[in-house]
Design a protein around this ligand. Structure first.
Ligand code: KIV
Length: 263
């Protein structure tokens, strides 16, 4: 069982091997995903929505991300752990971005960070990369800009937006990012971006042509009972298993079947 390292993702793209990514926010889930053989665990700021009960990712703080990233890295042996930099932890200046990314690596134990945005974030990505912090980019529907978009809406629908996204991807690659998440964009746009980059693209709602795929684990495993995006495929009914198990326990306790008498 060889640990996945940042350069392995580019090797996988070069070999045409798909890269698998799921999110995790705690050590137990991380251990299970690692045991299943996932390549990358993303400690997403989706934490705010699926674990902490917020409507957006915006209330998530750096301290929350460090706390959950440290739990995930404690539960991970093989997968590469990437931590999201939350809203306002990297947009206020490169010094602050470097300090905050450093905390995710030093205190959280992450191997890389993810930041949202294109050309405006290229310089920040370069500075982080230059000091040895591997950076994953994120283009298309960037949830930290939810209010600017007027909701969690698909992106890159107009020719101008498509051109801009392609340019942003090339600029991010030039700035040293090692992979780019493409979220909620048309399949053919994701295909063009993927073909024009040497680094891998990781799609979510971006069709089958990306070099890898990411889903929020709570959506993919049926653990989140809130609304899920239309592109999500549910691979398990974890919520059903938990509710059934909890009901069986409640019935047993109420009926005096648990605990059993000890002799
Ligand atoms: O926060 C997150 O989980 C993400 C993925 C949806 C890519 O950024």
């Amino acid at each position: 069982m060889k640990a996945v390292r940042v350069p392995d993702l580019k090797t996988m793209k070069d070999r045409g091997e798909k890269i698998t990514v799921l999110t995790a926010y705690d050590a137990t889930m991380a251990r299970l995903l690692d045991r299943a053989g996932i390549d990358v665990i993303l400690v997403g700021d989706s934490l705010g929505m699926v674990v902490l009960g917020y409507d957006t990712t915006l209330p998530v703080t750096l301290d929350m991300m460090i706390h959950h990233t440290a739990a995930v890295t404690r539960g991970t042996d093989r997968a590469l752990v990437v931590a999201d930099m939350p809203f306002l932890s990297y947009q206020l200046g490169n010094e602050e971005a470097m300090r905050n990314a450093g905390r995710l690596i030093q205190e959280g134990g992450a191997s890389a960070v993810k930041i949202e945005g294109g050309r405006h974030m290229a310089e920040t990505a370069k500075r982080l990369s230059d000091i040895g912090v591997p950076v994953m980019g994120h283009l298309g529907l960037t949830p930290q800009s939810v209010h600017k978009f007027g909701g969690f809406r698909p992106q890159a629908r107009e020719p101008k937006a498509v051109t801009q996204l392609l340019e942003d991807a090339v600029l991010l690659e030039a700035s040293g990012v090692f992979a780019i998440v493409l979220e909620s964009i048309p399949d053919d746009v994701a295909k063009d971006v993927t073909a024009s980059l040497k680094i891998p693209t990781i799609g979510i709602g971006a069709g089958p042509h990306c070099d890898g795929q990411v889903l929020v684990s709570y959506d993919a495993l049926g653990l989140y009972d809130g609304p899920t995006p239309p592109f999500v495929k549910q691979y398990a009914d974890a919520a059903g298993v938990i509710v059934d198990g909890a009901r069986a326990y409640i019935e047993d306790v109420r009926a005096g079947r648990f605990p059993e008498k000890r002799h």
